[in-house]
Design a protein around this ligand. Structure first.
Ligand SMILES: NC(=O)c1ccc[n+]([C@@H]2O[C@H](COP(=O)([O-])OP(=O)(O)OC[C@H]3O[C@@H](n4cnc5c(N)ncnc54)[C@H](OP(=O)(O)O)[C@@H]3O)[C@@H](O)[C@H]2O)c1
Length: 223
């Protein structure tokens, strides 16, 4: 399990984007060794410029190099771009790498929010089907809004749902969630729960639209 202060590395693919950059910055702030993965090293260097120096300095790399060096790989790219990316990355993962799927397969066609049909059931299961068995897969950080991840490091004050293909994948992903102040991991079981989590994200987007906010997120009571 990756921990602050260890030499293990976490790569965030799409680490220049809204969700990926926010997550990468939180992980770096928690003291993890972070690799920001990008198709464009210049963009990646710009993304990490000015981060507070609280842990190892953030590294930048293209997607293949970032994945090959990492023990945990966060997929924070658009769902529509993930198939060619996984095909390219497949031979480069280390055995035992944990891949964390953050993607929500959503479309906004005609102004309507809808989940894209995914044959495997969810984005997370789609990813699982395209990776070698020695790579573990978990799903997390799908319902926390990028807007808050980038908002000056205040406590996030919500729960984050985690599912995965093994107890180990879920507990490692939950430990990462718990590194973000105010974010409580809620283990919801196997990867087949990922579609429910993706539905919750579309619900949060709809709530945001209806109530003219960007901050909707979830808290489970009774746990
Ligand atoms: N925004 C949110 O609130 C939120 C919440 C939960 C989950 N998510 C999920 O997180 C993922 C990223 O969302 P985002 O809002 O951060 O998107 P974004 O700001 O557009 O960033 C996406 C990143 O993906 C990378 N990328 C790789 N291949 C790409 C391609 N073919 N086309 C475009 N970008 C590509 C880009 O990095 P390089 O160009 O540097 O390679 C880009 O910085 C999505 O799957 C989304 O569903 C987002």
């Amino acid at each position: 399990m990756i921990q602050p202060g260890s030499t293990d590395a976490i790569a965030v693919l799409g680490g220049t984007g809204r969700q990926g950059r926010g997550l990468a910055q939180w992980f770096a702030r928690a003291g993890l060794r972070v690799i920001v993965g990008s198709r464009d090293p210049v963009r990646a260097r710009e993304a990490v410029a000015g981060w507070p120096a609280t842990g190892p300095p953030p590294e930048v790399a293209d997607y293949v190099a970032a994945s090959a060096r990492a023990d945990v790989v966060v997929l924070a790219v658009p769902f529509v771009s993930v198939d060619p990316l996984l095909q390219e990355l497949q031979p480069h993962f280390k055995d035992g790498t944990l891949v964390i799927d953050v993607m929500v397969p959503v479309t906004f066609a005609g102004g309507k929010i809808a989940l894209i049909d995914v044959a495997e059931g969810s984005a997370a299961e789609h990813v699982r089907a395209r990776l070698p068995p020695a790579v573990r897969v978990a799903c997390a950080f799908k319902t926390v809004p990028a807007h808050l991840l980038g908002a000056g490091f205040g406590p996030l004050d919500c729960d984050e749902f985690v599912c995965g293909d093994s107890d180990e994948a879920r507990s490692s992903a939950s430990a990462l969630v718990a590194l973000l102040p105010g974010l409580r991991p809620v283990d919801v079981g196997p990867l087949s729960r990922a579609r429910s989590i993706e539905h919750l994200t579309t619900l949060a987007i709809a709530i945001n639209r209806r109530h003219k906010t960007h901050d909707a997120r979830f808290r489970v009571v009774g746990l």
